[in-house]
Every structure is written in C-alpha cells, then in structure tokens.
Design a protein around this ligand. Structure first.
Ligand code: FES
Length: 162
C-alpha cells in the first residue's frame, strides 16, 4: 500500500523497530539470542520473514538461526494468543484431577496442547509444577493463578479473558 500524500510505501512500524534492534546489535558477538528475544517482543512470535532478515543482518546462516529458535522453548514460530493458559500437569495437580481440567479446556476451546484458537484469543499449554501445589489442580491464565479448580468452573474463568 502506498501513502496517499507522498506516494511512497510506508514502513511497517514493527519492521522499523526490528531494524533499530538490528542496528543496535550490529557487529556484536552473541547477538543472536537477544535479537531473537527482542524480535519476538515486537511481533509476538517469530515469522519466517523476520528470521530471514535476522539471518541476513547478523550474517548467520538461516539454518543456524532456525536451529536456535527450535531448540529453545522460549521462542515461538507461530502466532500466540492474547491470553496464555498454562495447565499444570505436575504430580500434585495430576492426582487432584489436572488432566480432567486440561481435557475440559481443550474441549471448550477446541484446541490441543500447544495450539492457539483461530481468533487468537487463547493459547493452551501444559506445564509441569508451577509452584502452587497447595492449590492443586491449578491453571494460570496470563499472570493469574486459578486454583482448586473443578471442570465446571472452567467456562466461567475463560469468560473473564477477551
Ligand atoms: S504440581 Fe501443579 S502446582 Fe505443583
């Protein structure tokens, strides 16, 4: 799309930010991980064109950049939901029905572990102990902890998040 006044193609603000990050780290050793982290902050995930641009700007082969992204769980190649649901399947939660909670959420949202709803409202992830075993079974939605859960409360909890 071109600008109606000057006829030039406006730069995407995210792309602009990425270029600033790349300029900041230019020529620095060990820049790949921090650049990937900042790029993910900007885009919410790491789309292929961003990885290509990073590979080119840091002069690191694309396969290596891709390898690093897939090695670390902190990096995401697909868009993430606005709300991240983490369902604890650690031992304490498991024995108190965590799997049933997990199943209820999967059915409610029609997604599986690691997936995101089409409207990008939720991403669902199973995790090991989140350190709130006394409240088992526990889920976290973003930074909120919901403990002593029963499947019939799932719907009401999810409704709190847009
Ligand atoms: S096992 Fe679920 S919080 Fe510890």
């Amino acid at each position: 799309m071109t600008c109606c006044q000057c006829g030039q193609t406006p730069r995407d603000p995210k792309q602009e930010q990425l270029e600033q990050v790349l300029a900041h780290y230019a020529g620095q050793k060990g820049a790949l991980i921090p650049v990937l982290q900042e790029a993910q902050e900007i885009y919410g995930y790491l789309p292929p064109e961003v990885l290509r641009r990073i590979s080119e700007a840091l002069n690191i082969p694309f396969a290596k950049v891709y390898g690093v992204v897939t090695f670390y769980a902190q990096f995401h190649l697909k868009p993430r939901g606005r709300n991240i649901i983490r369902v604890c399947l650690g031992t304490a939660c498991h024995v108190r029905g965590g799997a049933k909670i997990f199943e209820t959420i999967q059915n409610e949202l029609n997604i599986k572990d690691g997936e995101t709803t089409e409207d990008l409202r939720f991403t669902l992830e199973s995790v090991a102990c989140i350190g709130a075993c006394g409240l088992a079974p526990v889920i976290m939605v973003n930074d909120d902890t919901h403990g002593r859960l029963t499947p019939d409360r799932v719907k009401e909890i999810l409704a709190q998040y847009e």
